[in-house]
Design a protein around this ligand. Structure first.
Ligand SMILES: [Cu+2]
Length: 352
């Protein structure tokens, strides 16, 4: 396992970096430069506000959710491990009552136009893992026992009060199979005064799945951002319809960054299979302005690029030295295997 960090690099320079990988590999063979793992902020483990626990079977972990009068749940998805017990901490920030009602029907998405009576009939027939009323401006705790053998399933949670679900108050519990080993810790920063993630490439050298990943997401500036991770590997999100995409496919992780420089939130989740997973900021305009990146799980990442006129080799490259030796010539193969390189600014293509 390793973590990768490099200097801010534009997507265009990332592509150049891939092309330059053969040259970088040569430099690595010469093997001269020191590696320093520089982190701009300390990693402080905070309670999860999105994603889910990376713990193993039977481990007690907590998930924080917020109910609002939008009406909505934030985040609108979380991940838990099959066989685990999860303590849900649900804050109702609104002045309306809501419920948190988690369906027992695996992989069943309720139709948005059901009537309140039909919704009640559904839960009477299928049951719920959790069904609690969330009084206005109050914090509610509930224990969720995630069934054994439910790895890979998704379960919908809603507010069953009339017309709250129909107005969008719903989300998903995504269950992962049990993980072995501790989570992999990564860091990503929202840069100050820019709509960029640093780094825009994260990598986990996984060899068995599922793998637990804890990403500390830090806001270096004073604009609000979000960090959302696509649930699909090897899929390019689209500037035009990522909102629709995430409505249909709940994010693997989603956290909100407050407008407080230095604030860190933890996105904890498990990844079921190898691939390249895109992460974006969902604040309007930020994604299209370049606020996206790619998490490489068990897939060699492209070599970080040199900033024009500065260092030839950046720190992150060196930790990859062992795997990148000779990879320069093979990167085309990797590209075809993963189906993509990070897009250029302005391009907006999606493909499976
Ligand atoms: Cu943003």
């Amino acid at each position: 396992m390793f973590s990768l960090r490099h200097l801010p690099a534009s997507p265009r320079s990332l592509r150049r970096g891939a092309k330059a990988c053969a040259a970088v590999g040569l430099v690595l063979l010469l093997g001269a430069l020191p590696f320093t793992a520089a982190h701009p902020v300390g990693m402080v483990r905070q309670s999860s506000s999105g994603g889910g626990p990376g713990g193993g079977n039977g481990q007690n972990v907590g998930v924080n959710l917020t109910a609002t009068d939008a009406p909505a749940f934030t985040p609108n998805s979380f991940t838990a491990v099959a066989g685990s017990v999860v303590e849900l901490r649900i804050m109702n920030n609104g002045s309306l009552a809501h419920t948190f009602t988690l369906s027992k029907a695996a992989n069943h998405r309720l139709l948005p136009n059901v009537t309140p009576a039909e919704l009640n009939a559904f839960f009477n027939a299928n049951g719920s893992f959790v069904n609690v009323t969330l009084a206005p401006h109050s914090l509610t705790f509930a224990n969720l026992s995630v069934p054994d053998g439910s790895g890979g399933n998704s379960y919908e949670f809603v507010s069953v009060l009339p017309y709250q679900f129909q107005a969008g108050m719903a989300g998903f519990l995504n269950v992962s199979a049990g993980v072995s080993g501790p989570p992999v810790s990564l860091n990503v920063n929202a840069l100050a005064g820019q709509t960029l993630w640093d780094p825009s490439v994260l990598a986990v050298n996984a060899s068995s799945y599922p793998v637990a990943v804890d990403v500390a997401v830090t806001n270096l500036g004073s604009s609000t951002h979000t960090w959302w991770l696509s649930p699909f590997p090897n899929y390019n999100l689209s500037f035009a319809n990522f909102t629709t995409f995430f409505q249909a496919h709940p994010p693997l992780a989603s956290v909100n960054l407050a407008s407080s420089p230095g604030g860190t939130v933890q996105a904890n989740f498990t990844v079921a299979k190898a691939g390249v997973y895109e992460y974006i900021c969902t604040v309007p305009g930020h994604f299209a302005n370049g606020m996206f990146g790619f998490l490489y799980i068990g897939v060699p990442p492209p070599a970080p690029a040199a900033a024009p006129g500065t260092a030839i080799v950046q720190e992150g490259v060196l930790v990859l030295g062992g795997t990148l030796l000779g990879v320069g010539g093979a990167l085309t193969l990797v590209a075809s295997f993963t189906g993509r390189f990070p897009r250029q600014p302005g391009s907006d293509e999606s493909h499976h």
